[in-house]
Design a protein around this ligand. Structure first.
Ligand code: ZN
Length: 251
């Protein structure tokens, strides 16, 4: 079975469309949360995500944009975008996002895989550096965890108490690109497919991934998208300028 992994779309319709345009045909879709927040197309992106179906876990922005949690922990720009999103979402999409399940969730039929937004221990935890991954890797019993939240494509692993962090190395900085990682069944992993709508690893291209459950091949993808279009929508919606400019920096 081939699984399409999408995360942190953040209301970026142009980014999502570009990813779906190049993604190979998959048997299942997994969405690791933060469907909305930051970007200017919350209704369109929620609509597309619901049509794609599959499995969803909620992200902190999905919670903040639907009133499941307050925006007190957000910086002012993120908080403003969350409030704008709440006002802009149509009631049906708002209800859908409000009811997204909390991770970890199993990937049906695959006891070796679990889905989370932040970490298996805390849905809002950021796992960025090796140190952050120690506890989640040591304390979870599920070998393979797919997570989002940091907007950075990476593979954390632990084998015989040796911890490692690997990031995809692409051939180019523009154009469509892939990077394959063959996962090992005897190793415990935390793997992040990256962010569709607001990458933060200095690469402005939209990110997603595909996992083959038979071969255990994990393929990271990057795809250029209409950044200008996404930026223009943000400006037209009178959302903070920073949300538009950061898309071009990949930060
Ligand atoms: Zn996010």
């Amino acid at each position: 079975m081939r699984v399409l992994l999408l995360s942190d779309i953040h209301s970026n319709l142009e980014g999502l469309d570009a990813c779906l345009g190049v993604a190979p045909s998959c048997d299942k879709v997994v969405n690791l949360g933060d469907i909305v927040g930051y970007g200017a197309s919350p209704n369109e992106v929620t609509e597309r995500s619901r049509k794609l179906g599959g499995l969803f876990v909620r992200g902190n922005h999905d919670k903040a944009c639907t009133g499941v949690m307050g925006v007190e922990s957000f910086n002012p720009v993120a908080g403003l975008a969350a409030l704008w999103t709440k006002q802009t979402l149509n009631p049906d999409h708002l209800e859908f996002l409000k009811n997204l399940p909390k991770g970890p969730l199993p990937l049906d039929g695959l006891p070796d895989v679990q889905l989370v937004h932040g970490s298996p221990l805390d849905e809002d935890q950021y796992v960025i550096v090796l140190q952050d991954a120690v506890e989640p890797l040591m304390r979870t019993t599920v070998p393979l965890t797919f997570f989002g939240h940091t907007h950075i494509q990476c593979v954390f692993s632990v084998k015989e108490n040796k911890l490692e962090l690997m990031r995809p190395m692409y051939r180019s900085k523009d154009g469509t690109d892939t990077y394959e990682v063959k996962l090992d069944r005897g190793v415990r992993y935390l793997v992040n497919p990256g962010s569709v709508g607001q990458p933060r690893d200095g690469d402005k291209r939209a990110g997603f991934a595909v996992f083959d459950t038979e071969s255990y091949l994990f393929t990271f993808h990057r795809v250029p998208y209409n950044i200008k279009g996404a930026q223009e929508r943000i400006v037209a919606a009178k959302l903070p300028d920073r949300l538009a400019t950061r898309l071009n920096d990949g930060r």
